[in-house]
Design a protein. Sequence first.
Length: 275
Amino acid sequence: MSTTELDDRACALCACGDYRLVCEKAGARYVQCAGCSVVRQHPYPSADDIADYYEHYQSHKTAQSDYLSEAGYEAFRRDKLLTFADLGLPADGFAGKAVLDVGCATGQFLHMLADSGAARIHGVDASAECIATARASGLDCERTDFLALQGRYDVLTMWHLIEHLPRPQDFLQHAYELLAPGGWLLVETPVIGLISEAFGADWRYFMPTEHINLFTPDALIRFASQAGFSMRGQVRFGSGNDSGVVPAVNKRAMDRIAKQSGFGDTLVLWLVKNP
């Protein structure tokens, strides 16, 4: 379903027509669905708006941070290793497995997997610019529609992807179909909660056109369960402060408190396809 087919009077996830205004950001509104509690951009961005934005996605993001650049790789790798340790994911968890990174961007996770012993590593993304950068580094990836992709995988990953999607439940369901029995789906995404409420419109993850749907933890777990997944582990982290916004010592302290208290603004789920 394209975004032009979405009915802005109803939530694209649960079809409920009731919602409340959460905030306004950069001329756009975010509302929270009364049915599923997901916070969505209202009205939904058009298909053309989304296509235009992702045509130069890497340029947009690199201008704001090192996230998609070579300079950001070590920080990306450090954060993922910490997340895997928090989840209890085995150090050799990818060895011998076929892994698909959905929304692979410039391929940082594909690069990270190169020494994991994985049997097969592939990535897909909607951005031609990002895919060109990843391929220039020799990574196996393609620009394609994930929902049309076929094959069988042992592990799928979605790092900061589902918040970008008009209908994320379609991606969860297709991930379930592509996974072998007992296969893993690792999902990382911003979540609505105490931190987003405290920051209001200034929350770092209210990003119109880019972030269309933002879940509460309970809502995401519920939609994953409806797709057929069981949860093996989860972790929340992030105080809502980006590096350089507050002094480094303050950020470390606030990040630690948010993580240990369980109210961080980023959630990672380790999901398993039921055999």
